[in-house]
Design a binder for this molecule. Structure first.
Ligand code: PEP
Length: 252
């Protein structure tokens, strides 16, 4: 049985005050989140404060990005292996904003994925199609190519300790959520694709959905057979919303 997972992606939002207030409320409000694993990804700058604030809490910490090199002349970058020192457990990789705005391609995504695992972190591999690609009926091809690029580099066994987040680009930050049936169809496709390499790995692999998840749609999405929780952007900045979303994953 796969344990449900809900991760908040704060993107480039936050301050030390927000870390204290938001995480303080989540610590109290998620005390009884049941069997749901919850994580938050603040900016790199706020990881240290978040790590301190989360002492004694079950809430896990994630980073939003890391460089694939272990060290060196890469001004402004942070290496994957620097993150565990701050209590970081996961790291997003391949988020559409990084692919689109920072031109990260499948090769770089696969390299980052491998470096995160080498550093002992759980990569959260984000994949998703644009609206154009969906309308041209190439969703399946796009998603499988993104998954395949990483599978090819690291092998299926690497997915024993990884999470995949299906995030249709047209649903991110737009208020347009994929219907539960649309999301389920892609999650099932991903699981079947991984199963073609290893049935056991596919069965235990958590595939979470991201794209305008809110308190009002979370329960139905998380109730789908292959949706194992959510990656939540905007709504994760509100303690009230995020707590309801996390609780909606319980017993789904
Ligand atoms: C995201 O950025 O990963 C995301 C899903 O954002 P939002 O929930 O705001 O659509």
């Amino acid at each position: 049985m796969r344990r449900k997972l809900v991760i908040g992606n704060w993107k480039m939002h936050g301050s030390n005050l927000l870390v204290q207030e938001l995480l303080g409320s989540l610590k109290v409000g998620l005390d009884e989140a049941g069997n749901v694993e919850v994580g938050v990804c603040p900016t790199t700058l706020h990881l240290a404060a978040a790590s301190e604030t989360l002492i004694g809490s079950q809430i896990k910490l994630g980073a939003q990005n890391a460089n694939a090199h272990t060290s060196g002349a890469f001004t402004g970058e942070v290496a994957a292996e620097m993150l565990p020192e701050y209590g970081v457990s996961y790291c997003l990789v391949g988020h559409s904003e990084r692919r689109e705005l920072f031109l990260e391609d499948d090769t770089q995504v696969a390299e980052k994925f491998a470096s995160l695992q080498k550093a002992g972190l759980t990569p959260v591999l984000c994949v998703g199609e644009s609206l154009d690609q969906r309308e041209q009926e190439s969703t399946e091809q796009v998603i499988l190519a993104q998954v395949e690029a990483v599978l090819d580099k690291v092998g299926v066994q690497a997915f024993v300790n990884a999470v995949i987040a299906y995030e249709p680009i047209w649903a991110i930050g737009t208020g347009m959520t994929a219907t539960p049936a649309q999301a389920q169809a892609v999650h099932e496709l991903i699981r079947q694709h991984v199963a073609a390499r290893d049935v056991g790995v596919a069965k235990n692999l958590r595939i979470i959905y991201g794209g305008s998840v809110k308190s009002s749609n979370a329960a139905e999405l998380f109730g789908q057979a292959d949706i194992d929780g959510g990656l939540v952007g905007g709504a994760s900045l509100s303690a009230e919303e995020f707590i309801v979303i996390c609780k909606s994953a319980d017993s789904k």
